[in-house]
Ligand binder design. Structure first.
Ligand code: DOR
Ligand code: ZN
Length: 427
């Protein structure tokens, strides 16, 4: 194969798991060729004032294909991801049909092959995400699936969850849990508390999440299974994970930008754009999630990017589906709202999630000669205003419309190819 033109990313500051240095980065044939001072190549990408980091990794993306292509496709979701600085995303299985068999895994991976971001998929734990019968995890694991979850719902049955964990240990895969006790949440549309009472909207108590976190920590102890806690939203959930880590249990956790930036008070607008599962919680919960991110209890920031069509999000609060867009705003919200050193923040957005997804061989790598060129170049000081209309997503349900944020993606490089240049998607 003919050599592709070489590229130099010039004038930036490289930040990766090994530290921080001012350096140019040369890319040849999909890999980093050199990192150092005064480098040149056939083609130059300007990184003046920018951070050059490993590409971001999202372990919680809802692509709506197959089944709800009017809300998002693999391609539009991946384009939004690339614009947000992501080079890898992990698709959630709550599509129609659910991603619960080798056939659907193959379909989604096939659709992702030409996307401007590496598309990995999770598989469902139970058939149809129905919570009654274990899905054929082995045939999905044979295709490279490393994370299994019924996301959109939690596995309710204790005995079935134990069996799933034993199965997962045998396969060497991770289970991820959407922690929500259906019996306690049933009929609720927001966090149960002072605002739900005032607004007359039925609530979902924090305890509905916490009971499942507690159970799964117990089952991880019993089975030795690696468990990843998705979108942690309450102070007591964070505390339980902190304690589980302290005694060496194999747990990891993620938090979303909306759970570290927004509270249940937003629901006072009755605008379903603020409806999400788990729901927006109290100020104390938001503070605890931020503290969990700061001390590493929550090692990963995940978007829970959940596109929904305008028609569905224009329904009354109690009828609209839960979920918010996330891929194109996550980095900026983290930079704007979290008071953390850049290396720590990028750990949570790149190399920690790469490890959680089992893709650390290609993503979240150090920026060094010989490594795959999956990179994100962003200006940490550039400010911009969030506009749904400017997004690549097919949907418009961002809760941050009109908000001024800091931190803008300039270029995204996927396997050596600039898929975003100067903030513009190239394909
Ligand atoms: O708000 C949510 N939306 N939470 C979920 O768990 C599922 C997601 C979706 O698929 O829309
Ligand atoms: Zn979920």
């Amino acid at each position: 194969m003919a050599e592709q033109p070489s590229i130099v990313i010039k004038g930036g500051t490289v930040v990766d798991a090994t530290g921080e240095r001012v350096a140019d980065v040369v890319i040849v044939d999909g890999a980093v060729k050199a990192v150092g001072a005064d480098l040149s190549a056939d083609r130059t990408l300007d990184a003046t004032g920018c951070i050059v980091s490993p590409g971001l990794v999202d372990v919680h993306t809802h692509l709506r294909e197959p089944g709800k292509e009017e809300a998002e496709t693999v391609e539009t979701g991946a384009r939004g991801a690339a614009l947000g600085g992501y080079t890898a995303i992990l698709a959630m299985p709550n599509t129609t049909p659910a991603i619960d068999s080798a056939a659907v895994v193959r379909q989604v991976l096939g659709l992702g092959r030409t996307a401007p971001c590496d598309v990995f998929t999770s598989g469902a734990i139970t058939v149809g995400r129905g919570g009654e019968q274990l899905a054929p995890m082995a045939e999905m694991a044979a295709l490279g699936v490393k994370v299994f979850t019924d996301d959109g719902a939690g596995v309710q049955d204790n005995r079935l969850m134990r069996r799933a964990m034993e199965y997962a240990v045998g396969l060497g895969v991770t289970l991820a849990q959407h922690c929500e006790d259906d019996a306690l949440c049933g009929g609720g549309h927001m966090h149960e508390g002072e605002w739900s009472a005032r607004l007359g909207i039925a609530g979902q108590p924090a305890e509905a999440e916490e009971l499942m976190v507690m159970r799964d920590i117990a089952l991880a102890r019993l089975t030795g299974c690696r468990i990843h806690f998705q979108h942690m939203s309450t102070a007591r959930s964070v505390a339980m994970i902190r304690d589980a880590l302290a005694v060496g249990l194999p747990v990891t956790a993620e938090a979303t930008p909306h759970h570290f930036t927004l509270t249940h008070a937003e629901c006072a607008s009755y605008d379903p754009v603020f409806k999400v599962n788990p729901p927006l919680r109290t100020e104390e919960d938001v503070a605890a999630v931020r503290a969990g991110l700061a001390d590493g209890t929550i090692a990963t920031i995940a978007t829970d990017h959940a596109p929904h069509t305008p028609e569905s999000k224009e329904l009354p609060f109690d009828q609209a589906p839960p979920g918010m867009l996330g891929l194109e705003t996550a980095l900026a919200l983290a930079l704007t709202e979290l008071d953390m050193p850049l290396g720590h923040l990028l750990a949570a957005l790149s190399w920690n999630p790469a490890r959680a997804a089992g893709i650390e061989d290609r993503h979240g790598r150090p920026v060094a000669a010989g490594e795959p060129a999956n990179l994100c170049v962003f200006d940490p000081e550039a400010t911009w205003t969030v506009r749904a209309d400017a997004m690549a997503s097919r949907s418009r349900n961002t809760p941050y419309e009109g908000r001024e944020v800091r931190g803008k993606v300039r270029h995204t490089i996927l396997a050596g190819e600039p898929v975003v240049i100067a903030g513009e998607a190239q394909r």
